[in-house]
Every structure is written in structure tokens, then in C-alpha cells.
Write a protein that binds this ligand. Sequence first.
Ligand code: UDP
Length: 472
Amino acid sequence: MSTGKFPTTISNNSPVTQPHQPFAAARSKIPTRQAIALISEHGDPAAEIGKDAAGGQNVYVRQVGEALAKLGWQVDMFTRKSSPYDATIVQHAPHCRTIRLTAGPEAYIPRDELFQYMPAFVDALQKFQQQEGTNYPLAHTNYWMSGWVGMELQRRQNIQLIHTYHSLGAVKYQSVSDIPAIAQTRLAVEKQILEQAHCVVATSPQELDDLETLVSRIGKIDVIPCGTDVSTFRPISKADARKQLGIGTKEKVVLYVGRFDKRKGIETLVRATGELRTQLTQGEEINPQNLKLLIVGGSDPQEADGAERRRIEEIVSELDLAANTDFVGMVGHDRLALYYTAADVCVIPSHYEPFGLVAIEAMACGTPVVASNVGGLKFTVISEETGLLVTPQDVSEFARAIGRILTDEVWARKIRRQASTRVQENFSWTGVAIQLSDLYRQLLAQSILGSSLPRTVSATSTLLPQQVIKAS
Ligand code: UDP
């Protein structure tokens, strides 16, 4: 079913030329745009970030999509429709849109129960292609279930498949106690993706290492990091930020930004704050009343992430930290830079973190980071230079590291400078999109020349949800 023909002229940093055919009338207007599909089955690029399951993957797909559109691609981002009230198509920019496909009930479904709806997702995507009269020659899939969708498309049509995991079962299941029933299926599909995709994009050298040692030695992997919007997240005046947020100059602000999820380790941070307050009572440097823990993110207590929020609130009151703690709720990127800037330190206490966008956002604003020494954080945070890396779940180590940054202002100022420089130089979305764009062009060119890596995709090679669920 593939269109199969691509012009061989490839211009620098702009997509291989091939007419996108969304609507017949539009054909003549955008003759040189190549349409590509970004697939993110649960991470809706048009969703409100910070709420329920909406986090880094949503941000990644949306930002990459918009940046790729600026580079000349027609970007269609596919996700599952999880509410009947959500628009089916959201146009973000002239050549970048989110398309919500109906696959299963139009309701929130926890990730671990979503795989059974993936065949319907593939059917809906193919139907969309038919309606639009287009065939995507390239799909960049995100998370293992979208990867499965990509492999199904690969089986049905000629498509270049690029995959980003965002989270790896093989690593995640080492750090959680409750292993879900879907685990075996996920591990099998993740291995199949690595061996079958034309390229896997690891977002850090640590992820590359995990893929090679824990998933499979077969497969092509490129390292292209996640990015951040360096025009939104940049150093601004701390005094102004505090004024706008009503935070006093004497307060020592410890910041958490992210979802309420057990693996995010918020409990470790709350307990570390309790320990730090006790230490401050014994010293004279900081008045313990001035210690403020701001927890940004999460939705209403009755929403899907409400149970973890309630658990954290209980720990806060058990430690008598209510006066020191503020549950800010969800904050949009337009105001988030104020929180990062106003903070003295941003803490990322995750048990496991594939990349951790919050780390680069905070550093971009010049805020020192104290983070768990895990996953992508080991790559983005340079200990002693842009913050401190500590042992995950070690409450005392977190308390000591946060205390060090709060009490050594000269050092903290140096970290601020180094942190923002590191992000500006290495992690802008534009830079990330240029690298992805180059990779796409390379793979499309290879597919035209027939020199793409041999992929043995047989009619029965993709595991079916029904099969793997029974097997697990
Ligand atoms: N975020 C946000 N508002 C909030 C909480 C979080 O915009 O109230 C964003 C945050 O800025 C970051 C993303 O959610 O861009 C979280 O990504 P990260 O990779 O740190 O964690 P994930 O959610 O993927 O586990």
C-alpha cells in the first residue's frame, strides 16, 4: 500500500520532498512537505501537562512535533482519544496537529490495561490514512505500545520505523515492588521493537547501555537527548520571580515539579525536608520556619493520581510539615519558569527516571538540582557542577545535599551559571529536532535506495495482544 516513490533530492535540514496529501485542495499549496507520523498512544500531545498520566512523553512529542514542523515536515501526531469531550483533531501550528483516534472506550484507561486496544488503534490509523489519501512513509513511535503499533504498520505498509522508549520495562521493574500482569508482554514487545525498528532513539548514553545490556544486542541505536524550550526556561531575576509568586526573600525554597506517582519518590523528598528542618533547628544559619517545600503538579485529589497525593499529604502531616509545605497543583509552562527561578533548589527524587525533563528545565533557569543518581539524570546533571546526584531513596543523603546547596550561597551561584549554560548548549528542542530530522532524512533516503538495514518483518512476526496477554 505504500506510495513507494520518493524523490532523491535531499536538501540540507529539510525533509525529503514528497507531496503531503491531506486534502486534495491543499496539495498545490504545500507541495514540498513530507508527512510523517508521530505516534504516542497514551501521551496525548494536546493534553494538559502535569495532570494524571500527562508528563514528559506528552511534552516530548508535542515539542518535537512543533519543532519538526518548523524544519519543514508535515507532522501528524496520533494518540488515543480518552474523552468524548476532546476534539478529534487539534491544530497546533500550520503543519503540526494532534489526531485523536478512537480505540476502545473514550475514557481514561490505566496504561497497564491499554494494550488490548492497540489493534483497534492500528485499524483507526489506517482508516485515517485512507480517508486522507496519504501513506506515512515514516513513523516515530513513543512508548512500547506505540512501538507495537509501528511494527504492525511496518507489517502492513512500507514504513520506516523509529522508536523512543521513554521508559524501559527491564529497568522500571527492577525498582518497583508491584509488577503488573502486563510485564512479560511489555518486555517481549520492547525486545522485538529494538530488533525490528530501523532505528531506536535512546535519550541518554545510560539508556543506550540499558538497551544493550538488558534488552538485546541486535538493533540500531542513536543517542539523541530530550530537550527543553530555552526561550521559556532561561535565567530571569530571582527577586522578580519571588515577587510575582508572593515568596519572601528570606525563605529557602525547595521545589518539586512532576506527577504524583510512587516512582517519583516524593516521599523521600518530604522525609528529607523533615530531617533538614530538624538539623536547622540545631544550627543558626537558617530559621526552620523559612524552609519551604513547594510541590508543583498533580490534579484534584479525586483524579487518577489522587491516591499518591493523599499518601504524600498524610506523610506531610505525620511529620508536622504542613506549615512548611505548599501543594501548588498543576502549573503551565508559561508560569513554571517563575517557580524554577524562585526556588533555591529543585529536587528530583525519582526511584527511576528514563530522562527527566524537569532536571533540564530547572537547570535552564539556573536552578541547582539535587537528583537521584539514576537513568537520564546521571547524564543531564553533572554532580558538583550543575547540582548534586545522590542515592535514590536515601533520605539522609537527600537532606544533606539539599542543606549543602541552601547554606553555601557562593557555590550555589556558581552552579546556577553552569547549569543554565549546560542546557543552552546541549538540550534545546530545536537542536534535538535537527538531529531527529537528519535521522529521518537518512532513513527515508536509505529506503529509496533500498539500502536500509534488513528487517525481517513477516506476516506473523508481531506479537498479538491476545497472544501475549494469554502467555503472560
Ligand atoms: N509539568 C508541568 N506542570 C506541572 C507538572 C509538570 O508542565 O504542574 C511538566 C514538566 O514541566 C515536564 C513534564 O511535566 O515538562 C514532566 O516530565 P518528566 O520527564 O520530568 O517526567 P515524566 O512525567 O515524564 O515522568
